[in-house]
Write a protein that binds this ligand. Structure first.
Ligand SMILES: Cc1ncc(COP(=O)(O)O)c(C=O)c1O
Length: 367
């Protein structure tokens, strides 16, 4: 019986094990645990990687989004626009800033915000737009930024699934007021714990994020704003620096695996992911679509193949935001996607023979 997990963290650890253990030992020897040397180097290295002036490490992707919204001045009574096809954290960050989440449906080719629908959702209360770079592919940033710019609205990229993705040669996280990344351990760049980072070329925004992540401290005994304990820990920073050096290799492997899936599955009834012109998809997830998704998933799972759904219940239909009054049918494209999408195993160490077995089982299902 095959056993192909959805994500194989153990396989990813093996090649970096010695380096990671040495780095952790040196963190323990140093005991410089708050704003330590690895954290400061990671910030510099990640800013260089994204071509932004600054990067501020925080405790998670959710905090990255939350602090970026606060740094843009979002407050109760404001509206923040995003898509309902996202991990719920995007919406939580908006809610915790005090603003009302307003949704724009997605386009079914990229699963990201449909820029053609954006203008109609903008009101006098709209403060920020958060396009989400879903599954490793950026949203249509030119059109979104143009629409936002006409109304003087800030754009914050949710790049939590898109480390290294490109849009017209520009890195995800470098195209707006701020970019927010998660280092959750399954991400293309993942810690062995929690972590996140905000990228920006705006010094004022960077300074504000530094305040919010650390209790608003301006000096040891002074608190300039009521902030949070939202710091990244030095151990995770040390691990992330090791993996950041390999991020391009990881992403290239993911892209090769995606090409291989595309070739193996092209004659099946599945709708395969598409890479839009001018964009570099980094395949955090390889998402296919079919109306018999649930029974296909069951067939694959029965044959030892791990799968996922990202995500099964759209954000506007979550119990947590019931009070906002959204209902089924409000965002039909997202709702259709949610009932048909399936994520196949995807991680740099996946083998082509694993993929051949997965394709064989998919074909078996449709026959
Ligand atoms: C699109 C998106 N936004 C936000 C987050 C939140 O990141 P974290 O889990 O690091 O808080 C995630 C991570 O799962 C995500 O995928």
């Amino acid at each position: 019986m095959h056993n192909i997990p959805f994500v194989d963290l153990k396989a990813g650890f093996k090649p970096v094990k010695d380096e990671v253990l040495r780095a952790l030992e040196s963190v323990f020897d140093e005991m410089s645990l708050n704003n330590g040397p690895n954290l400061r180097s990671l910030e510099q290295e990640f800013a260089n990687y994204c071509n932004t002036g600054f990067a501020v490490a925080v405790a998670s992707g959710t905090e990255a989004l939350h602090f970026a919204l606060l740094a843009c001045g979002v407050k109760p009574g404001d509206e923040v626009i995003t898509t309902p096809n996202t991990f719920f954290a995007t919406v939580e960050a908006i809610v915790h800033s005090g603003a009302r989440p307003v949704f724009v449906d997605i386009d079914l080719n990229t699963y990201t915000m449909d820029p053609n629908l954006l203008a109609s959702r903008i009101s006098s209360k709209t403060k920020v737009i958060i396009p989400v770079h879903m599954y490793g592919q950026t949203a249509g940033m030119s059109h979104i930024k143009e629409t936002a710019g006409e109304s003087g609205i800030h754009v914050i990229e949710d790049a939590c699934q898109a480390h290294g993705a490109l849009y017209n040669e520009k890195k995800a996280g470098s195209m707006a007021k701020a970019g927010c990344f998660s280092f959750y351990f399954t991400k293309n760049l993942g810690a062995y714990g929690e972590g996140g980072i905000v990228t920006t070329s705006n010094e004022e925004i960077a300074n504000k994020i530094m305040l919010y992540r650390n209790h608003g401290h301006t000096s040891k005994f002074e608190h300039h704003v009521s902030g949070f304990n939202g710091r990244m820990d030095e151990l995770q920073a040390a691990i992330l620096r090791i993996k950041l050096k390999r991020l391009e290799d990881y992403n290239n492997s993911r892209r090769e695996l995606a090409d291989n899936y595309n070739a193996l599955l092209k004659n099946t009834p599945l709708i395969l992911p598409s890479e839009s012109k001018g964009r570099r998809h980094v395949y955090h997830l390889y998402v296919v679509r079919h109306r018999m998704r649930d029974s296909l998933m069951e067939h694959l799972n029965k044959n030892g193949i791990g799968t996922g759904i990202h995500y099964k219940i759209p954000a506007h239909l979550q119990e947590a935001v019931k009070h906002l009054g959204y209902k089924k049918g409000d965002y039909p494209v997202t709702e259709t996607a949610a009932s048909e999408i399936l994520s196949l195993p995807m991680y740099p160490e996946l083998t082509t023979s694993d993929q051949e077995y997965i394709a064989e089982k998919i074909k078996e299902f449709f026959n």
